[in-house]
Design a protein. Structure first.
Length: 239
């Protein structure tokens, strides 16, 4: 009975989504339809989770949806004129967030296969902090970073015994030694923010990798953007 009720709610949500699309796609206020799956970052298995989207830069929660428990699929609708962060939430996982800017959207748009990856909290797990933004080629954090940073701080406060490494990476533009220095300073900026919010310094190790560990080709801006990143690695979990 509970399953039937859950599936009924999903069906109602799908109907409301398409009604919403039809209304706005025919009017003057465009929207974007985001769809994808929530999956375990380790094994790519689908997960049952809540999907939350928030307005940036202040991090105000704008809506919540739920995945289909049978396959992890989700759909959300974001009106134009805003910048958004969106993520999945499930117990025992840290969610990798996504960022979307639809301030200049002029017509209805669909973006598919926007999978949300959830990292299980375990030793040696490496997690990317997606919505961390710096002023170009500096270690100055932009205010759009605060929602992600605050979420990270809450994660550390909830998991009081884990220790982590905060690592920063650059693309291959510029001098190699300068990129190492830049990444070290960026990792320090994130670490100092955490300490300012009450996280003990002895739980945080810092490493600037420069351009030495790319995860994409540096031949175009898309690849370079992927390589410019902040990650944390779980060193110990404790008991």
């Amino acid at each position: 009975m509970i399953k039937d009720l859950y599936m009924k709610n999903i069906s109602i949500s799908i109907v409301l989504i398409f009604l919403y699309i039809n209304i706005y796609s025919q009017g003057s206020q465009p929207v974007v339809l985001i769809s994808g799956k929530v999956v375990n970052d380790r094994n790519m298995e689908p997960l049952e989770a809540r999907v939350i989207w928030e307005l940036l830069p202040d991090g105000t929660e704008a809506g919540i949806a739920r995945t289909d428990p049978s396959n992890g699929e989700y759909k959300i609708i974001l009106p134009f004129g805003k910048k958004y962060g969106y993520l999945a939430v499930a117990e025992g996982y840290y969610s990798v967030t996504k960022y979307l800017d639809v301030t200049d959207l002029t017509e209805y748009k669909e973006i598919e296969e926007q999978n949300l990856f959830m990292a299980p909290v375990m030793e040696s797990q490496v997690v990317r902090l997606n919505n961390i933004f710096f002023k170009k080629k500096t270690a100055e954090l932009l205010k759009e970073s605060y929602p992600e940073l605050n979420r990270f701080v809450e994660f550390l406060k909830t998991n009081k015994k884990i220790t982590i490494e905060i690592g920063a990476h650059t693309d291959n533009k510029g001098d190699k030694a300068e990129n190492v220095t830049l990444s070290q300073n960026q990792a320090n900026a994130v670490t100092n923010y955490c300490i300012s919010k009450g996280i003990k310094a002895d739980r945080l190790k810092v490493k600037g990798y420069g351009q030495t560990q790319p995860i994409a080709f540096n031949e175009d801006e898309e690849g370079r953007e992927m390589n410019r990143r902040i990650e944390f690695k779980v060193l110990t979990i404790g008991k």
